[in-house]
Design a protein around this ligand. Structure first.
Ligand SMILES: [Zn+2]
Ligand SMILES: [Zn+2]
Length: 472
């Protein structure tokens, strides 16, 4: 580490800062331009090395199967090394790795321009993505035309304008490439739900333009079919309309509260109940505590939010198999005499770990496999101290890909990569995160109540002053 630290200090303080301040002073926008280019030049070099990790894993493959020994996908293995070593999510690692490899193998002249700091990572990513389906026979020509278009424009080409320039080149040089890209885009349609803050989630996806437009119009139409006393904004009604559709309901229920409202009557169908795993402290459910709850794959939610969900949920008690809550008693647990843990044990382990334990992976615990850290075949126990979640991909890397694991009694995982780097991953589920909490503050008074109290205090002060004996 100190070697890395010294190198970085040397580059920034000695070489770059000295060069930009003494002999060649730059400031303001000029300085921002300089650092922006340095950032691009550094990113180009980083991506080249990241791409090399993939190339090395591909070279190690057993031909003609195209997998590493043990049947492991070389891209999964390379992505795991990069995500863990660089401390980034697996999806970012996968994107960087693909970009680095594409620049090296398909777009070397673009890579050189990027390394000279003349293009941003965002531009390079756009070009690599948009040309991904260009036939290898035409890629050199396409690359040359795009580079000359970029050089011919004094303002930077970015975003939709850059995409239009790239498409114009591909249409002329490789029209089949554009068709292939459209086919791949249609095959790659998807909908993603990402956890956001405040107990909310963001929905993103890619649909065909016609389906997306139809959905858009349909949400508008549903959002408009309420009376003028509905308290929600138009945007909020569009969001509720999407939820109503997933419950199989063709119309939105007006929330004006008037039983005679023509938009409230006979909503067909009963809402379906989705399967969502929520961890709820018992005294939050009874209202005695405001400790937060946890939604699998999302993280913490407020006590109020939790109680609202729990009102319509099936509840199942969570049992601590470690006999006592004390960490020191973890080994007092009696292992189960079976390979697949009981549901009770599985629930507990998932609530301790919260996610796939692999660095950079955000797969929810209830969508992961339970991995025996020491395999059953090597006398590993089916017990909480030897079980932890891994998503299917990382479970496979552990079983066949040369990654070794050891789990400490507090659930901390010691992970040794295929290349020998060691990572320490603490359990990050609701149980450990809440058992060692920052002390919870008493609930803040809602603002209106605070104002009422202030008015009361002021009135009392005025009253006391009025009743005080006059100051003689
Ligand atoms: Zn109404
Ligand atoms: Zn994972």
């Amino acid at each position: 580490m100190s070697y890395l630290r010294r190198t970085i200090d040397n580059v920034f303080d000695t070489v770059l800062t000295a060069a930009t301040t003494a002999a060649n002073p730059v400031a303001g926008v000029d300085a921002a331009i300089l650092w922006h280019r340095i950032e691009s030049a550094a990113a180009a070099r980083k991506l080249a090395f990241v791409g090399e990790v993939l190339a090395r894993h591909l070279n190690e493959c057993e031909t003609p199967v195209g997998t590493l020994p043990g049947g492991v996908d070389p891209a999964d293995a390379a992505e795991a090394e990069i995500a863990a070593a660089l401390g980034i999510t697996c999806s970012t690692a996968g994107r960087w790795m693909w970009l680095g490899h594409t620049l090296a193998t398909r777009l070397p002249n673009l890579a050189a321009t990027f390394a000279a700091g003349e293009l941003t990572e965002h531009q390079v990513q756009t070009i690599a993505t948009c040309t991904a389906n260009v036939d290898p026979d035409f890629i050199k020509e396409v690359e040359a035309h795009i580079l000359s278009a970029l050089k011919g424009s004094s303002a930077r080409l970015v975003g939709k304008k850059l995409r239009a320039v790239i498409d114009a080149v591909i249409i002329r040089v490789d029209p089949d490439g554009l068709r292939a890209r459209r086919d791949a885009a249609v095959l790659g349609r998807h909908v993603h739900v990402h956890p956001a803050t405040d107990g909310m989630a963001e929905l993103a996806g890619s649909l065909t333009a016609e389906d997306a437009t139809f959905l858009d119009r349909r949400l508008d139409e549903m959002a408009k079919r309420v009376c003028s006393d509905d308290p929600r904004s138009f945007s909020a009604r569009r969001a509720d309309a999407l939820v109503a559709l997933t419950h199989g309901r063709p119309d939105l229920d007006c929330l004006c509260g008037d039983p005679a409202c023509p938009f409230t009557a006979d909503i067909a169908g009963t809402p379906r109940r989705p399967l969502v795993h929520v961890i709820a402290p018992a005294d939050t459910l009874t209202g005695e505590s405001d400790a937060p709850g946890w939604i699998d794959g999302f993280g913490f939610i407020s006590a109020e939010h939790l109680r609202a969900i729990a009102a319509a949920a099936d509840l199942r008690a969570l049992h601590n198999p470690t006999v006592s809550d004390a960490v020191a008693d973890y080994f007092a647990e009696t292992p189960e005499d079976r390979y697949r843990p009981s549901q009770s044990l599985a629930d507990w382990v998932k609530a301790v770990h919260g996610w796939c334990a692999f660095p950079g992976c955000g797969q929810p615990a209830w969508e992961s496999d339970l991995d025996h850290r020491t395999p059953r075949s090597a006398d590993g126990d089916t017990a909480s101290f030897n079980l932890g979640p891994f998503c299917r991909k990382h479970h496979n890397l552990h079983t066949h890909g040369g990654w070794e694991t050891e789990q400490l009694i507090d659930g901390t995982l010691i992970l040794t990569s295929r290349e020998g780097r060691v990572y320490r991953v603490p359990p990050l589920g609701p149980i450990p995160l809440l058992s060692n909490p920052v002390p919870m503050r008493p609930k803040r008074q809602p603002r209106a109540q605070g104002r009422v109290n202030r008015v009361r205090r002021e009135r009392k002060r005025a009253h006391d002053q009025n009743n005080e004996p006059p100051p003689f």
